[in-house]
Design a binder for this molecule. Structure first.
Ligand SMILES: [Zn+2]
Length: 103
C-alpha cells in the first residue's frame, strides 16, 4: 500500500487541523492528508547563512494529542525552554563580545 493510499485509508479530516490552529500558524492546511496535515508551522525567521527558525506543533485532531510546540532551527528541534535559554545565552555572548571591543 502506498503512503498516499494508507493516509487516505487512515482518514484525512479536511479542515480538522485548522480547528486546532494556534494563532501563530501559517500552514495552508488541507494540502496534505493524514498526519502531514496535523503539523502547525509558524512564519519562518531567516537566521545567518540561510538557516530558518520556526515554531512547530503537531496536534492530532481526533484525540487532541499534542507534540510540541518546538522551535525548529535548521535541522535541530528545541523545546520552548531550550530555545529561550539559547536566545538568552546568545545575547549574553554578543553583549560580552561588545564589551570586550569597547574602550
Ligand atoms: Zn495550523
Amino acid at each position: 500500500m502506498s503512503d498516499s493510499v494508507r493516509r487516505r485509508a487512515m482518514g484525512g479530516h479536511p479542515g480538522a487541523a485548522r480547528e486546532t490552529c494556534p494563532r501563530w500558524c501559517v500552514t495552508a492546511h488541507g494540502m496534505h492528508l493524514g498526519e502531514d496535515d496535523w503539523v502547525h508551522m509558524g512564519e519562518p525567521v531567516a537566521l545567518a547563512d540561510g538557516v530558518l527558525a520556526r515554531l512547530c506543533l503537531s496536534v492530532d485532531p481526533r484525540s487532541g494529542a499534542k507534540d510540541g510546540p518546538y522551535v525548529v532551527v535548521g535541522s535541530s528541534e528545541y523545546t520552548l525552554d531550550e530555545a529561550a535559554a539559547l536566545g538568552v545565552a546568545l545575547v549574553a555572548m554578543a553583549n560580552a563580545g561588545h564589551q570586550a571591543i569597547r574602550p
